[in-house]
Write a protein that binds this ligand. Structure first.
Ligand code: PLP
Ligand SMILES: N[C@@H](CCSC[C@H](N)C(=O)O)C(=O)O
Length: 384
């Protein structure tokens, strides 16, 4: 077909040829591949270096992420680990002040043990963040919307500034919340886009996975070197499951987003301050709309009292008290004790992290049931 296909269509059509013309790409559950002869080894020798199921997944993701090079890894954190290995002692990194707890932990690790200078700043304050990115900045690490405060940054403005200051500065963008369905960070100026595929891309909470995308041949070469050298590439069966999960990405995420919007509006109707980029009350509503095609399915809100938040979470019957997001069922969590517990209480305080913050991740259930569950949990908890 000559017509440019929409992402929803691309997601379900995997271009793959295999020996027996199987409709579904087989899981090549083999660590090794026989060499044809010593002069022609063939494309695969050892699964750490490459595997046909992983290749099919990466080719499919390349199309979806509109990226020249895509690598699939065994977790989102493995992806960030591979990316930051290009840094050297003394290098400067500028990062957001609200990031997933594990991202913050890895950045703190490289600061402490690899002597890399890492500064955390409020990415919603364009003047502040651009003033911190100078000719000496080697890498910028951004999330938008952030996990869990749902802060939005102006990716294009930050990336343009960073490249003006230092054309070799690597702008790294974590697109886990938006997925390629709603945001294209590489088109907005990011050099590297990575995602925790454990979340929406897979959607079923049955694998850990990460994805890295870049259009730079030079960065791709370095990334592949580290993946092969360390064994961070995704396993064949997990590649197969991720290929399967991806086919329903649009269906799942659109329904999850619809539910999140209804829940956010209901919470707002209860006079609760809700953080969700789909609400006009969100401080960066217009900016988010400018750079994304959707608003996702993660939202957060405060109750004003940690004990009340704990009681609400405990009283929920449909939402499971679980870390992570992107699963087809709805989840609820208290980030300070769960996903962000790896950030010290002192640092959380410094960054004005609300300890009573509840994070909700809408699943694909009926929105009415989800709202009713929250309403009964509020009642049990004596809230509102
Ligand atoms: C925004 C974000 N990025 C990255 C990660 C890390 O991904 P993974 O758990 O797959 O290592 C997570 C959660 O774990 C996350 O929430
Ligand atoms: N114990 C884990 C917690 C993972 S949190 C996963 C997810 N990104 C979220 O935001 O819920 C850890 O220490 O990493």
């Amino acid at each position: 077909m000559t017509k440019k296909l929409s992402l929803e269509t691309e997601l379900v059509h995997v271009d793959d040829t295999n020996t027996h013309n199987a409709s579904i790409t087989p899981a090549y559950m083999s660590a090794t591949f026989k060499a044809k002869d010593l002069d022609e080894m063939g494309p695969y020798d050892y699964t750490r270096s490459g595997n046909p199921t992983r290749s099919a997944l990466q080719n499919h993701l390349s199309k979806i992420m509109k990226a020249k090079h895509v690598y699939a890894l065994n977790s989102g954190m493995a992806a960030l680990d591979v990316i930051v290995r290009s840094l050297n002692p003394g290098d400067e990194v500028v990062a957001g002040d609200d990031l997933y707890g594990g991202t913050d932990r890895l950045l703190t690790y490289i600061k402490t043990f690899n002597h890399i200078k890492v500064g955390h700043y409020d990415t919603t304050n364009l003047e502040l963040i651009t003033s911190k990115i100078t000719k000496d900045t080697k890498m910028v690490v951004l999330e938008s919307p952030t996990n869990p405060l749902i802060k939005i940054c102006d990716l294009k403005a930050i990336a343009d500034h960073a490249h003006k200051q230092n054309p070799n500065c690597v702008v790294v963008f974590d697109n886990t919340m938006m997925t390629p369905l709603f945001m294209s960070p590489l088109e907005l100026g990011a050099d590297i886009q990575y995602e925790s595929a454990t979340k929406y891309l897979n959607g079923h909470h049955d694998i850990m996975a990460g994805v890295i995308a870049t259009n730079s041949d030079e960065l791709a070469k370095k990334i592949f070197f580290v993946i092969n050298a360390t064994g961070a590439g995704i396993a064949p069966f997990d590649s197969w499951l991720l290929l399967r999960g991806l086919k329903t990405l649009a269906l799942r995420v659109e329904r999850q987003q619809e539910n999140a919007m209804k829940i956010a509006k209901w919470l707002e109707s209860q006079n609760i301050k809700v953080r969700y980029p789909g609400l006009e009350s969100h401080p960066q509503y217009e900016l988010h709309k400018k750079q994304c095609k959707g608003t996702g399915a993660v939202l957060s809100f405060e109750t004003g009292d940690v004990a009340v938040s704990k009681r609400i979470i405990a009283a929920c019957e449909l939402y499971s008290v679980t870390v992570s997001f992107g699963y087809v069922a709805s989840l609820i969590s208290l980030p300070c004790l769960m996903s962000h517990a790896s950030i010290s209480a002192e640092t959380r305080k410094e960054r004005e992290f609300p300890e009573d913050l509840i994070r909700l991740c809408a699943g694909i259930e009926s929105a009415d049931d989800l709202i009713e569950d929250l309403a009964q949990a509020f009642k049990v908890a004596g809230f509102r």
